[in-house]
Design a protein around this ligand. Structure first.
Ligand SMILES: Cc1cc2nc3c(=O)[nH]c(=O)nc-3n(C[C@H](O)[C@H](O)[C@H](O)COP(=O)(O)OP(=O)(O)OC[C@H]3O[C@@H](n4cnc5c(N)ncnc54)[C@H](O)[C@@H]3O)c2cc1C
Length: 400
């Protein structure tokens, strides 16, 4: 049976995250953004609300929420600022849900539990200077030495690179397969910031998501014990793609929140600003922009909710999640551009939030599969060139 109503628990969650964001973050976000400053003080508050371990079962330190709730959190956080939702994407989505599904019991106890409790922060390191969309082009290598691997490589454009304690990292363990670009030669590792040979830096030149931390990290012969290999050696590509199914979901829901923020700011301004003796909201061409935002918001919300429904049922959702991510991020770009337009010159100043929305929206059209990669994926599904089979890549079902 289809049910478009939120449960009482989900509604309360939506309300509490919305109120927390409005009270604790919204008043200071413009200043943080102006100063290009990540406020680490937000993390313990998010932990206190149970957000950092949202969909991790209570047995592993999490809040045990269903996956629709994870979407609700992402949407509400990005309504305030993209930098907040990014924390959910890399920590709660890409990293924690991968450990939950692919980690050993020992890895769950050592890493997932403190992460879900918010005592440790985690992120995801796939992209490198020479390889983003082309995952098989990464250069990081992990050479076996006794009961460990020596990992060497550089990751770039990593959210929370200078903040996180734990990193889910991907590199080649089979060098012959690296030459042949055969992804079954890739493996996944948990690397701790404290491991010898690890160093990180913040990217200073970034022009969006300025209240968030984005950076790079280097690994020079970092000794990673066998016990930190996630999945089996050779399963790294599958794990990287599984992780993206979770991260993309939070990005899709987040972009939906950004569209709503554009819509609300535009509607407020259109009621107040007058031209030619009437509020600009009376002009049909302004109405058209607001109508498009409303339509983009509603469609985006339906799309991420469908993915959340599939996740709750433990069903494969790569296709649906990819479509949700592609549609909503492109729609958020349209909404942010039009929100600036509705505000006229005031939209061009950071006195109003829409300029920040405009800078923030673009990242999501690039990360977790660019617009073009998602177009190719969706066309390939339709053309029968790509198919999702039920695999181990599903989340533990969650029925609330
Ligand atoms: C703010 C931000 C945060 C990020 N956070 C993380 C993170 O936490 N962890 C992480 O691992 N990565 C992260 N990334 C990196 C992101 O995932 C990559 O930037 C993304 O995968 C694209 O890779 P690229 O930048 O190397 O672009 P490229 O892959 O070089 O692509 C360049 C252009 O070519 C197009 N293109 C490439 N291949 C094709 C093709 N086959 N057909 C058609 N067009 C194609 C692309 O769509 C794009 O327009 C982040 C990026 C940003 C901007």
């Amino acid at each position: 049976m289809l049910d478009f109503d939120l449960t009482e628990e989900q509604r309360l969650l939506e309300q509490s995250v919305r109120e927390w964001g409005a009270r604790e973050v919204a008043p200071k976000i413009r200043e943080l953004d102006r100063q290009h400053r990540f406020d680490a003080g937000i993390l313990p508050q998010m932990a206190e609300l149970g957000l950092l371990g949202a969909s991790v079962p209570a047995a592993y330190g999490g809040a045990g929420m269903d996956y629709v709730s994870l979407g609700i959190i992402s949407e509400e956080l990005e309504y305030v600022d993209t930098s907040l939702r990014v924390i959910m994407s890399v920590h709660a989505g890409l990293n924690c849900l991968s450990l939950l599904t692919w980690g050993t019991e020992d890895q769950k106890q050592r890493y997932l539990v403190p992460q879900a409790q918010g005592k440790k922060v985690a992120t995801y390191g796939l992209t490198e200077p020479a390889a983003g969309s082309d995952v098989r082009g990464i250069q990081t290598v992990a050479v076996k030495k006794g009961d460990r691997y020596l990992v060497t490589g550089e990751k770039i454009w990593i959210s929370l690179a200078d903040v996180a304690d734990n990193f889910l990292v991907f590199g080649w363990t089979d060098l012959d397969k690296k030459k042949q670009r055969d992804p079954s030669g890739l493996s996944a590792f948990i690397v701790e910031r404290g491991f010898k040979g690890f160093s990180s830096a913040t990217l200073k030149e970034k022009w969006g998501i300025l209240a968030g931390n984005t950076g790079s990290f280097k690994m020079e012969d970092v000794e990673v014990p066998d016990a930190n290999v996630v999945g089996k050696p050779g399963e790294g590509f599958k794990i990287a793609m599984f992780a993206l199914d979770q991260g993309r979901y939070t990005v899709a829901a987040g972009a939906t929140g950004l569209i709503r923020a554009c819509r609300d700011a535009s509607a407020k301004y259109a009621r107040e600003r007058k031209t030619f003796g009437v509020p600009i909201g009376d002009h049909q061409l302004v109405k058209e922009m607001i109508a498009q935002m409303e339509s983009d918001y509603q469609v985006s919300r339906l799309l991420w909710m469908r993915s959340g429904f599939l996740k709750n049922a433990g069903r494969r959702n790569t296709r649906e999640t990819g479509l949700a991510k592609w549609f909503s991020t492109v729609a958020s770009e349209r909404a942010a551009g039009d929100a600036v337009q509705v505000h006229g010159a005031n939209g061009y100043s950071d006195e109003y939030p829409v300029g920040r929305f405009y800078r923030n929206c673009k990242g999501a059209v690039i990360y977790e599969g660019t617009r073009e990669i998602h177009k190719i994926m969706q066309a390939d599904y339709v053309l029968g060139l790509r198919q999702d089979r039920p695999t181990r890549c599903e989340l533990p079902p969650h029925r609330s």
